[in-house]
Design a protein around this ligand. Structure first.
Ligand SMILES: CC(C)(COP(=O)(O)OP(=O)(O)OC[C@H]1O[C@@H](n2cnc3c(N)ncnc32)[C@H](O)[C@@H]1OP(=O)(O)O)[C@@H](O)C(=O)NCCC(=O)NCCS
Length: 183
């Protein structure tokens, strides 16, 4: 059965084979190339990523929700998002969001992250959710802080990402923090 989540202005739903051009746009976006630690440099890699996401969506033991963000009114593709449960321990999930440039800085990231936090704790019953980003990625840092994720630390310059040594910042939230009335 098709899976979907909803925010005020977006639907988050399973990728289909028709999303190949959308993923190609995301993978060639300068911000993606600068900040995202995923290698989707060739059309083969992008097609393989899409195949894996579609296979995982059909799995009975689903741990990866790699979902397209689409506008509710026109169904336009806005970005690629995911929440991925740690396969081994099943108590932590990572959230990630990459929007196309024309959808950035308009509150969509906030809507998506808030919905994934709700889904992660409420539906999936996670103990901790987290996000990680390039330390230079101000938008991502601001987004996670704004949604209440707490800075947990940084792994300094652990990988060469195309044109710089990438340091990765971690931001997390625990279930007890999510349910606390003042959170
Ligand atoms: C990072 C990203 C998901 C944020 O989503 P968004 O919809 O643009 O963010 P929002 O509009 O909800 O704003 C969230 C916060 O980020 C800030 N922000 C957004 N874009 C920013 C930018 N380019 N520079 C500085 N701050 C920015 C907003 O001002 C807001 O902070 P505030 O509460 O202090 O005002 C989105 O910008 C994006 O996809 N960027 C390109 C790819 C990327 O870097 N993805 C993350 C990989 S880890």
């Amino acid at each position: 059965m098709a899976f979907s989540l909803a925010t005020d202005r977006l639907v988050l739903d399973d990728l289909t084979h028709d999303d190949l051009p959308n993923l190609q746009r995301i993978a060639r976006d300068p911000d993606f190339l600068k900040y995202v630690l995923v290698w989707l440099d060739t059309d083969e890699q992008i097609a393989g990523f899409l195949r894996n996401a579609i296979d995982e969506a059909g799995s009975e033991d689903r741990v990866d929700y790699i979902l397209a963000a689409r506008t509710k009114d026109t169904h336009e593709f806005a970005g690629l998002t995911f929440i991925e449960i740690d396969r081994q321990h099943r108590t932590t999930a990572e959230i990630g969001i990459v929007l196309l440039p024309e959808f950035c800085r308009d509150g969509y990231g906030t809507e998506i992250l808030q919905e994934y936090i709700r889904f992660g704790f409420g539906t999936l019953g996670m103990h901790r959710v987290f996000g990680k980003c390039d330390a230079l990625n101000t938008a991502s840092v601001r987004l996670m802080e704004r949604c209440g994720l707490v800075y947990e630390g940084s792994i300094r310059e652990h990988v060469w990402l195309r044109d710089h040594w990438r340091s990765t910042n971690y931001y997390g939230m625990l279930a007890a923090e999510y349910s606390r009335p003042d959170s």
